[in-house]
Design a binder for this molecule. Structure first.
Ligand SMILES: *[C@@H]1O[C@H](CO)[C@@H](O)[C@H](O)[C@H]1NC(C)=O
Ligand SMILES: *[C@@H]1O[C@H](CO)[C@@H](O)[C@H](O)[C@H]1NC(C)=O
Ligand SMILES: *[C@@H]1O[C@H](CO)[C@@H](O)[C@H](O)[C@H]1NC(C)=O
Ligand SMILES: *[C@@H]1O[C@H](CO)[C@@H](O)[C@H](O)[C@H]1NC(C)=O
Ligand SMILES: *[C@@H]1O[C@H](CO)[C@@H](O)[C@H](O)[C@H]1NC(C)=O
Ligand SMILES: [Ca+2]
Length: 377
């Protein structure tokens, strides 16, 4: 008799376990993405927020320069080193492959020696400012997931603005100002990102941390610090991503801050390494960039877990009866709920492991009981 009851109980328990593992009740009405994975030698469902993986977004952009003829080498030009005007062995010639410095060389894979880089014409027209816009366009909304890193082959500019557009280049807004003297260049108080707090994390600041002169030969990067801003909500080392995701779910400003369709690097004043510009030898002043890093993912409003690059165009592979490049509307003829963004929450992984462990544990107890009953009777 007892044996029968135990068996019935076990059967009920096992089926409950299976049901909850396939669709845990605590996930409520959220649309989640799931995929089958092998975990500890068995097939299991893995649930996650419905978004494509973060990747190197420089593979999918188009770059344009303003003015368009600002790249060096037409006509050929000789350059001198900023730190030594007698060292003039840097030649740029657009018609010779080894001596040309086209914009594509900012996006090839680096780590080789010598580095490959884009280079501008020199500051021949001093005192007319030497200004260049480098515009990166994705023709798709994307979300940044890591720091933007510019690596300069020349000295780092004395004045630079990073701008972004959310509307395919129609309007622009500043992301961050960079200057060796913020008050002088932009009439802004200098500030560092680590001075920001959770309540000021979306402030647009001017930083002097990336404009020190050519003496810092081994510090050639200019950063836009995404991770430090994430850390204001997710804690150091980003161990509490649930907190960040919770805020992203509910705060449009925060989501929009990390979202863009285009980036613009406005180079406003090249490195001079001194207070005076050497007017007799302007071949020392120019911009050269060897690498630009932009890590991010397609914005799919949490309705797609993949994004494809097809015919030169990025697009989300929309699920949940949504459609459009960003899954921002319902499919035609869909007669269901009104469109809404998907959700980052709840973070399923923890509850899944927990309910899974609970099931395993009780299965063991049942087996033990069965054996015990067999022995007793
Ligand atoms: C680029 O073109 C503009 C007009 O199209 C011209 O005024 C300027 O001198 C050119 N600059 C260079 C460096 O060739
Ligand atoms: C810059 O100075 C160096 C050394 O004095 C000289 O060799 C070079 O021709 C100068 N360049 C220009 C454009 O005057
Ligand atoms: C660069 O872009 C800004 C706006 O983002 C614009 O005002 C400026 O005219 C553009 N061109 C140059 C050469 O700076
Ligand atoms: C941007 O994408 C749209 C389709 O979403 C396409 O019609 C348009 O031609 C693209 N623009 C560029 C500049 O590639
Ligand atoms: C999409 O719509 C179809 C029919 O309208 C429905 O059967 C299906 O469950 C919907 N899928 C989702 C994920 O809402
Ligand atoms: Ca390069």
């Amino acid at each position: 008799m007892y044996l029968l009851q135990v068996f019935v109980l076990q059967a009920l328990w096992v089926s409950w376990c299976h049901a909850t593992q396939h669709y845990p009740a605590s996930w409520g009405h959220y649309d989640v993405c799931k995929s089958q994975v092998y975990a500890e030698d068995r097939l299991a469902w893995h649930y996650m927020a419905c978004q494509p993986e973060a990747t190197d977004m420089t593979k999918y952009l188009t770059v344009s320069l303003d003015p368009p003829n600002i790249t060096c080498g037409d006509p050929p030009e000789m350059y001198c080193a900023l730190e030594n005007p007698y060292m003039c062995n840097n030649e740029c010639d657009a018609d010779t492959e080894e001596l040309a410095h086209p914009p594509e060389l900012m996006f090839d894979s680096e780590g080789r020696n010598p580095t490959t880089f884009w280079q501008s014409t020199s500051w021949k027209k001093y005192p007319k400012p030497l200004q260049v816009n480098i515009t990166l366009s994705w023709n798709k909304t994307i979300e940044l997931t890591d720091d933007i890193v510019l690596t300069f082959e020349s000295g780092r500019p004395e004045q630079l603005v990073l701008e972004k557009s959310l509307d395919y280049g129609r309007t622009w807004q500043p992301y961050q100002f960079y200057a060796s003297d913020c008050l002088d260049a932009f009439t802004m108080e200098p500030k560092a990102v680590h001075q920001l707090t959770p309540s000021t994390m979306l402030e647009i600041i001017c930083t002097e941390a990336y404009s020190t002169g050519y003496v810092w030969k081994y510090d050639k990067t200019v950063r836009f610090e995404i991770k430090d801003r994430f850390a204001l909500l997710a804690g150091p080392r980003l161990h509490n991503m649930a907190s960040l995701y919770g805020q992203l779910d509910t705060t449009k400003n925060l989501r929009d801050f990390f979202t863009l369709t285009d980036l613009r690097i406005r180079l406003l004043r090249p490195a001079t390494g001194a207070t005076m510009v050497d007017e007799n030898n302007l071949s020392r002043y120019f911009y050269a960039i060897s690498d630009i890093k932009v890590q991010g993912r397609c914005k799919c409003n949490l309705h797609a877990n993949s994004c494809v690059f097809d015919k030169g165009k990025l697009g989300c592979e929309c699920e949940h009866n949504t459609t459009g490049p960003d899954c921002a509307r319902c499919k035609r003829h869909y007669q269901g709920r009104a469109w809404s963004m998907g959700s980052y929450l709840p973070i399923p992984k923890v509850s899944l492991t927990y309910s899974y462990m609970l099931c395993e544990y009780f299965e063991l107890v049942f087996k033990f009981l069965v054996i015990l009953l067999f022995l007793v009777f």
